[in-house]
Design a protein. Structure first.
Lengths: 447, 342
């Protein structure tokens, strides 16, 4: 291992850890905002208690999401100085804009929301959580436009030994970035929706606060159903964009070795990278891969052998992550549909099997988010900016082995500790159930 | 005016506002264990910054992001050269942020003690290390064509450490005044007394810093070439004196605002002295990173200027509004009754 490998590992560890918290924030913020809006419009205390219960879990999760995000911004400079020098002219802008237009909004209004219960009117209070939810999603726009640029760089020229921005509009309208954004937010909403359904299922199984959790469940189920449909649609468009712009990633996702027209979609595949072929390839549906990628049965799919070995991503992690992610996506849709129907018919407590499945399902949408990013980031290798800059040329020159070993160890220990504490607290408060004492909230219209 | 200069000013403003706002959070965090005599007081101290610390910290994120967008070469070299120091700051900030949220979540003395330690270290270390980092930037880093010739320990030189101590003292004074304004009763009184008592020490350190700066850095050159600029350090000194004038009279709100101005002007004093460098090289000025040789293209700077001119005032406006919502004093009795408090 050298500083390059260690820095890559460290970025993977810190980004993956950060991304345990982000998807839930994306989805749960909107659901909590919806609950509080319902409280404002109906004046039903049930919705207030929902806002408080789910809001508490939201905040426990949010705290770690915020603090682990700073690491990523710092790391571009700390470990990837050559990258930052080379593309900072264009890549720095969306990060700075994210902080200015989104992160400030999110962090300022979360404080108002936590502490403002009896200081501002009910409507303003509900508005502040909506601003947090909007800002969180707006954050995702800028971060994914930045990532979209690394995947499919646009609007730049090579000048003064670096990539310089010449067309900000091209970056703003980069289809790749927007597809990533939509696919990601819906994936995040699924995490939030299954989180709400899973915890509600636990309480419904225990017959505690039945009405409260059945209503929460219903909100989660609706959200899950809509999101799991949209995540599949956006994912389909996203995959087409990958086929168009990142042929090596697409070939690795589908384990296509030889360039072919009328490419079939094989349901069963086991890649054998050493011999540049698939050791198992069965149950092929003719033309389907060509159709999926380019909407034409005779469209040509470029195989990995078309590219020199040193320009191919590692096939196994990309291929299996992609398959697993897509498979999970369909499982989410199926379960969301069942959960939606059963909860609409008000039959939840008579279906303990479903409830148990949903409880143990909570981690799976998280997993789908993580492996989705493995497809995106490992699939882009060996490039850090696709076709423009190799990851191996991007690492800082001034850092030493001992520094990166120490920081990687530090991150692993600190994140391990904090992650454990976070899961413990989430479990504790999820089990505990809603707080029925609302005396902390003085319901005044205006002070 | 050239865009590089606009962004140099904005760069200075972002850091200055960051230290002015998160500075009292650091001070409050350092003082929590010393001023809080019981659990109610400790919680009051934490809750005094509860609604605002997160928004304050974003000024750091924005300062970092602005360095990246406007001066990418400086961002790249500053962050990779100061790797270990930044890493410590990161861990400290991570623990501080989590501590605020998690401290009250489990009813156990050991649990709270652990998070109290995290709040102290998470406030003290960044305060010290940001000072050390800026002190070293004022001195210049040992860098040339081959890169950086230093370690974490070269940063801990006398001038760097003095700047670190200056930052810590400024923030303790700032935090004590904030608590004198934001809390009530006995706690507020003790905070005010502390602010009065430590002020002479702050003055001594500030004067030593100004003197040592003459020998250790090149910061005064710009002032000698352009005497009108001296107004900035003069205001810094006057504001520092005003802190004591107001605090002695028990007018802690005015003392706190004087402290705000002191911190802003101290940062500006350093930044003006650096111009046109962002990081001077202590080996050979030819290797200094300046706002001209490390900046983004004019195109990028133009776009970033438009974004900043529109959004930074909006941010300031809503942050001031939120500060106004939480302008009232808080007390242990309120906190215990409030199920939403930390």
């Amino acid at each position: 291992m050298d500083t390059l490998e260690l820095s890559r590992l460290q970025f993977a560890v810190t980004a993956a850890f950060h991304f345990i918290f982000v998807p839930l924030t994306l989805g749960l913020s909107i659901m909590v905002a919806y609950m509080e809006s319902r409280y404002v419009s109906t004046n039903d205390d049930m919705y207030l208690r929902m806002t408080k219960f789910w809001g508490k879990l939201f905040l426990i999760n949010f705290a770690l999401g915020i603090v682990t995000g700073i690491t990523l911004e710092f790391q571009f400079g700390m470990n990837w100085a050559e990258y930052s020098k080379y593309v900072g002219d264009i890549f720095g802008a969306p990060l700075a804009i994210e902080a200015t237009v989104a992160f400030f909004l999110e962090s300022t209004f979360i404080g108002l929301w936590i502490f403002g219960w009896n200081k501002i009117s009910k409507k303003t209070h509900a508005l502040s959580i909506w601003l947090v939810a909007i800002a969180t999603n707006l954050s995702a726009v800028w971060i994914l436009l930045a990532n979209g640029w690394m995947q499919h760089p646009v609007g730049y020229v090579l000048r003064n030994n670096r990539a310089e921005m010449v067309d900000f509009g091209a970056m703003l309208t980069n289809t790749y970035g927007w597809l990533k954004f939509f696919h990601q937010i819906f994936a995040g909403y699924i995490v939030g929706a299954f989180f709400v359904m899973g915890i509600s299922a636990y309480h419904i199984l225990k017959k505690s606060n039945l009405d409260f959790y059945k209503r929460s469940f219903r909100i989660g189920a609706t959200f899950a159903l809509v999101s799991s449909i949209l995540v599949i649609f956006s994912g389909t468009f996203h995959a087409e964009e990958v086929a168009l712009t990142q042929p090596t990633k697409f070939a690795a996702m589908e384990a296509v070795w030889d360039t072919q027209k009328n490419a079939p979609y094989n349901l069963l595949v086991i890649p054998d990278p050493a011999n540049e072929k698939n050791s198992v390839e069965a149950i092929g549906i003719p033309n389907l891969l060509s159709l999926m990628a380019f909407h034409r049965a005779d469209a040509e799919i470029k195989g990995l052998k078309e590219f020199p070995r040193e320009e191919r991503p590692p096939v196994l992690p990309v291929f299996f992550s992609f398959r697993a992610m897509a498979g999970l996506g369909f499982i989410f849709l199926l379960l969301a549909l069942i959960a939606f129907v059963v909860s609409r018919k008000d039959r939840l407590e008579f279906n303990p099997g479903l409830l148990r499945i949903l409880l143990y399902m909570i981690p799976l949408p998280y997993l789908a988010n993580q492996i989705g990013w493995i497809v995106a980031e490992v699939g882009r290798q060996p490039w850090i900016v696709y076709g423009l800059l190799k990851t191996s040329d991007a690492v800082s020159k001034s850092i030493s082995m001992s520094q990166v070993v120490a920081s990687l160890l530090g991150f692993t220990l600190v994140y391990g500790l904090l992650g454990t504490i976070d899961i413990y607290l989430l479990t504790k408060y999820a089990r505990k159930g809603p707080d029925n004492d609302l005396s902390g909230i003085i319901k005044t219209e205006r002070i | 005016m050239e865009f590089q200069i606009i962004w140099f000013i904005l760069w200075g403003v972002l850091w200055a506002v960051y230290f002015m706002t998160d500075g009292f959070d650091f001070g409050v965090g350092i003082l929590q264990g010393f001023l809080g005599r019981n659990e109610g007081e400790k919680r009051t101290i934490i809750n005094s910054v509860g609604p605002v610390w997160d928004g304050n910290e974003v000024w750091l994120i924005t300062a970092g992001g602005a360095t990246f967008a406007a001066f990418p070469t400086t961002y790249a070299l500053m962050f990779s050269y100061l790797y270990s120091a930044l890493l410590l700051i990161l861990f400290a900030l991570i623990f501080r942020g989590v501590a605020f949220e998690f401290r009250g979540k489990v009813d156990s003395e050991a649990w709270r003690k652990g998070w109290d330690a995290a709040i102290f270290l998470g406030s003290f270390l960044p305060a010290l290390l940001f000072g050390v980092a800026f002190g070293n930037i004022f001195e210049g880093l040992p860098m040339d064509a081959a890169g950086y010739h230093g370690t974490l320990f070269t940063l801990l030189n006398p001038y760097g450490l003095l700047t670190g101590v200056l930052f810590v003292m400024l923030f303790i004074e700032h935090g004590a005044l904030y608590l004198a304004v934001k809390t009530s009763g006995d706690l507020a009184e003790r905070s005010g007394k502390l602010a009065n008592n430590i002020w002479p020490l702050l003055l001594i350190i500030a004067v030593s810093f100004l003197g040592y700066t003459y020998f250790a850095t090149n910061l005064y050159a710009n002032y000698l070439n352009n005497l009108i600029l001296l107004i900035v350090p003069v205001i810094a000194v006057l504001a520092l004196l005003l802190i004591k004038v107001f605090a002695a009279k028990g007018n802690y709100l005015s003392a706190f605002f004087s402290s705000c101005i002191t911190i802003l002007m101290v940062v500006f004093t350093g930044v003006i002295g650096l111009y046109p460098n962002l990081i001077p090289s202590s080996i050979d000025p030819n290797y200094s990173l300046t706002i001209f040789n490390s900046s983004s293209s004019v195109y990028t700077l133009t776009i970033m200027t438009v974004v900043a001119l529109i959004f930074v005032p909006i941010v300031i406006a809503y942050q001031i509004w939120v500060y106004r919502v939480f302008r009232h004093r808080i007390s242990a009795e309120d906190i215990i009754k409030d199920s939403n408090a930390y």
